[in-house]
Design a protein. Sequence first.
Length: 87
Amino acid sequence: MESEDPYRDFRLSMEEMVVAHGLRDWERLEELLVWYLRVNGKKTHGFIVGAFVDLLAGLASPLPPSFSPSKSMEMEEIKEEEGSRSS
């Protein structure tokens, strides 16, 4: 089945794996990336790598205590919110 938004699907799936398995160290995160690349077709590798990079960026930034990765806002909503704050 083809996804309408493969990037989003991979990103949410990776976030769920990180939370469920408590992945924080680089070695485990790298294993996660390798697994996603291995079990998915080459056509999806760009989406996977993009989602992984964004996941790493999110893990590196400080998060509010109420943050829930599986309920995070869409990228467009975040950009809109940031834009309204800077206006």
